[in-house]
Design a protein around this ligand. Structure first.
Ligand code: DHB
Ligand code: FE
Length: 276
């Protein structure tokens, strides 16, 4: 066995040389001349100048890489991270966690809850859940202007029985930024800019692989027509409206709320699949 550094160097060489070859073939096949070549490199430069480079790549390619990562992986499926994750979100106190939000945050109240388990079915305590999503106008804090810092971004840990409960608002389907270079490409392709409504989550536990997921809502718009092609069967959850006054009060609310449940399964740290 080569040492890890040699293995990494060899992997990099394989990937870069293969990518180079694929692009050579593409340039020949499509007879791409210098001015078309420059349009492509300018697009990448523009995406960096406008801070859209992650958006540009994620909207086209992230779902494919995520699918590859899910092959042969036990545990719940991973999903695209998207370009709007931020580390260092506030730690929330429990057991009923409340996402950082404006006093008059728009949107229907959402109770998102579930259990985090290991592949053996045992509940996992102390899993850090890092949750982030758009507001009722489809805006992400710290990304879109006029949103409070870390609004609708929060971290909390699972209880001794592996459960978690968090109150937030239901995010809507929303349009990804469309006024920059990414929008230009999508417009040229005749595509729209919508993603279905979704919650983003990362889970961390010392003995388990960190995982990134994203959950969508049954019956929602754009599930079959997501600009980022990120929706997968196991990631679409049912929503139930709760009108029972006792349950409303139990969750510190004063109006009906939407209940969404999902159980996550983490894989042990040692189970990471090596690329082939
Ligand atoms: C993309 C993903 C998101 O979750 C999001 O909010 C915006 C864009 C993307 O993959 O491009
Ligand atoms: Fe998103």
């Amino acid at each position: 066995m080569p040492d890890p550094d040699d293995a990494t160097a060899s992997r990099i060489r394989t990937l870069v040389e293969d990518f180079e070859q694929v692009l050579f073939e593409f340039i020949r096949k499509r007879q791409i001349n210098h001015s078309e070549y420059r349009v492509a490199t300018d697009l990448i430069v523009d995406s960096i100048k406008t801070g859209e480079e992650t958006l540009l790549f994620d909207v086209f390619f992230e779902a494919e890489a995520t699918d590859v990562g899910n092959i042969g992986r036990e545990g719940s499926p991973e999903a695209i991270e998207g370009p709007f994750y931020l580390p260092g979100a506030p730690m929330l106190t429990g057991p009923l966690h409340v996402m950082p939000q404006r006093e008059d945050e728009k949107g229907e109240p959402l109770l998102f809850h579930g259990t985090v388990l290991g592949v053996d079915g045992e509940p996992l305590a102390g899993v850090e859940v890092d949750l982030w999503h758009a507001d009722a106008d489809g805006l992400y804090s710290n990304i879109h202007p006029n949103t409070p810092d870390f609004n609708l971004r929060g971290r909390f840990t699972t209880e001794d029985d592996g459960t978690f409960r968090v109150l937030s608002i239901l995010p809507p389907p929303y349009e990804i930024p469309k006024d920059g270079p990414t929008g230009k490409v999508l417009r040229a392709l005749g595509r729209h800019f919508f993603r279905p409504a979704h919650l983003h989550v990362k889970l961390r536990h010392p003995d388990h692989e960190e995982m990134t997921s994203q959950l969508y809502f049954k019956g929602g718009e754009y599930l079959d027509d997501d600009v980022a092609k990120g929706v997968r069967d196991g990631l679409v959850i049912a929503l139930h409206t709760v009108e029972d006054p006792a349950r409303i009060a139990e969750n510190g609310l004063d109006r009906p709320y939407i209940d969404a449940r999902y159980d996550f399964v983490l894989v042990p740290a040692s189970a990471a699949r090596k690329p082939t």
